[in-house]
Design a protein around this ligand. Structure first.
Ligand SMILES: NC(=O)c1ccc[n+]([C@@H]2O[C@H](COP(=O)([O-])OP(=O)(O)OC[C@H]3O[C@@H](n4cnc5c(N)ncnc54)[C@H](O)[C@@H]3O)[C@@H](O)[C@H]2O)c1
Length: 350
């Protein structure tokens, strides 16, 4: 396959493997095999036909388990774990013990306890651990990160039709976890309280959920996730004292509306409103008080940007952009949300 990396020709390549050859693992394999500074040497999957398929497509070795790969004397320097979340901890332990830096798909693990165990194991083995919160690398989120946001309120809608994938976990760990990570990252303050509601319709876990998160700095986030919708929508609205942001991750578009009026103009305006002189304001052009700026979006595949960042951390021994602690924080908040959903069990009015 043609290598299409935008990086400089490397002096040496990073030998990588992918654990899990399902929907996400195939994307990881495709991207690694396209990068000039990586050499995809092995794919591991307990399912024979899946691993054979991916190995044939990307011309690498195939193994049924990490142990089988290591016993065959195949030692990658880095690996992605894209197996089901319940297996992340056990697979990561084998890789860290073998000295392999690891990118683990989101969510880091199904429980906070497992997340702690994974982080501690990586530290003991002095390995790089990155968590695959790929939406952090969504071009819209990257464009937002260029602005000094200081959000006071954030609203996110993430809905899509049922795909019957990842139904071993609820919609909070499956979909809302993306927004939990992005919102926590943007707010940068710990959680103070959580109130959530959810219903299980098709799976044994919640399929629709809404959570109101209050952060200790006063910011409030209202997150809705559904895997039972008839359309796909991923929208964020955010406001602070000085700006309003509307972003659409799906359509890859957004606008920042910033207050441009100076303090004197605003004080004059507030005095008029206070004095009830609102009739005079009818002639005022509101658009002169604000500035509309479309988000500048660099349209690159989020997973590719994520994997390039991981390989860079591996090469330079630097902290990855999404750390184990970030992954833990997201799972911790997700756990609080599902606990709140359980506490708010709905009762019909007699
Ligand atoms: N970043 C994202 O946007 C995103 C999207 C979907 C899923 N995910 C995450 O990616 C991971 C995989 O999800 P998926 O949708 O690709 O699942 P999938 O079911 O399509 O694939 C998982 C693969 O892992 C294999 N497997 C199971 N146990 C294994 C083991 N012990 N060792 C090796 N292989 C094993 C299965 O045979 C299967 O081929 C999950 O953690 C999921 O939460 C992330």
């Amino acid at each position: 396959m043609l290598k299409t990396s935008n990086t400089q020709p490397p002096t040496d390549t990073v030998r990588v493997s992918v654990i899990g050859a399902g929907r996400m693992g195939r994307h990881h394999a495709r991207i690694y095999s396209s990068l000039a500074d990586c050499d995809l040497i092995a794919i591991v999957d307990s399912d024979e036909s899946r691993r054979a398929d991916v190995a044939a497509e990307y011309q690498c070795r195939a193994f049924a388990s990490v142990r089988e790969m290591l016993e065959a004397d195949i030692h990658p320097k880095a690996a992605s774990i894209a197996a089901p979340t319940v297996h992340h901890r056990a697979i990561a332990a084998e890789l860290f013990d073998a000295g392999v830096d690891t990118l683990i798909e989101k969510p880091l693990a199904p429980t906070v306890a497992d997340c702690h165990a994974i982080i501690q194991h990586a530290q003991r083995c002095d390995r790089i651990l990155q968590v695959g919160h790929s939406e952090r690398f969504n071009p819209v989120v990257r464009a937002l990160a260029q602005h000094c946001l200081e959000p006071h309120f954030i609203e996110v809608q993430r809905v899509s039709p049922m795909t019957f994938r990842s139904i071993d976990i609820g919609v909070v760990l499956d979909m809302m976890i993306h927004d939990i990570d992005i919102v926590s990252h943007l707010v940068g303050s710990p959680i103070k309280s959580v109130a959530a509601v959810g219903v299980s319709v098709l799976s044994s876990f919640e399929d629709i959920a809404n959570a109101r998160l209050v952060f200790t700095n006063g910011c409030v986030a209202n997150l809705t996730a559904s895997r039972l919708a008839t359309k796909t929508e991923r929208k964020m609205r955010l406001f602070s004292t000085d700006m309003y942001v509307s972003a659409d991750y799906h359509k890859k578009a957004g606008v920042v509306i910033r207050r441009t009026a100076n303090q004197e103009q605003l004080d004059r305006l507030k005095t008029k409103i206070h004095m009830g002189e609102v009739a005079e304001l009818a002639d005022l052009d509101y658009t002169e008080l604000v500035n509309y700026e479309p988000l500048t979006i660099e349209d690159r595949e989020p997973l590719q940007v994520e994997i390039e960042a991981f390989i860079s951390a591996v090469r330079h021994r630097t902290a990855p952009p999404v750390t184990g602690t970030d992954g833990l924080r997201a799972v911790d908040i997700a756990e609080k949300i599902t606990e709140s959903i359980a506490e708010h069990a709905w009762q019909s009015v007699p």
